[in-house]
Design a protein. Structure first.
Length: 135
């Protein structure tokens, strides 16, 4: 399409050792600042908790040259790729489910179901969103 927004790819995200993406959904906003984001669920069965997985993911991103910052909510953390082309936010599955219920974030329904499945199976999981940066 001629005026389609730039899109991000999870293939461009380094994952913590043993982590894998188990679900993804693309969401686009075709407004005046059109963009597409990829919302996805990362699991790490070898980690003792979602917080441990989150910390490992943050470390992996830092070691790959990503710059950390606060997320959109208190429960989220964000990172910007080298060169600023991508911005990723992450939170534990539990925290993102609460934030979605409170209406402070919006996630694709399929992502919410995937997060819920991971939470109830007691598998350490993260909710993540990736979008193109302003560079």
């Amino acid at each position: 399409q001629g005026n389609s927004p730039a899109s991000a790819s999870i293939r461009d995200v380094p994952l913590a050792h043993g982590a894998k993406v188990v679900w993804e959904a693309r969401r686009c906003d075709m407004g005046s600042n059109a963009y597409c984001s990829v919302q996805f669920v990362i699991t790490g069965p070898g980690y003792r908790s979602s917080a441990a997985l989150r910390n490992a993911q943050r470390t992996t991103l830092r070691h790959a040259g990503w710059t950390e910052a606060r997320g959109d909510t208190d429960a989220e953390r964000s990172a910007t790729s080298p060169g600023g082309k991508l911005r990723m936010t992450i939170a534990t599955a539990f925290n993102d489910l609460i934030s979605a219920e409170e209406g402070t974030i919006t996630r694709a329904p399929s992502v919410m179901r995937a997060l819920s499945r991971q939470l109830f199976s007691r598998t350490p999981a993260l909710s993540a969103s990736l979008e193109t940066g302003s560079s």
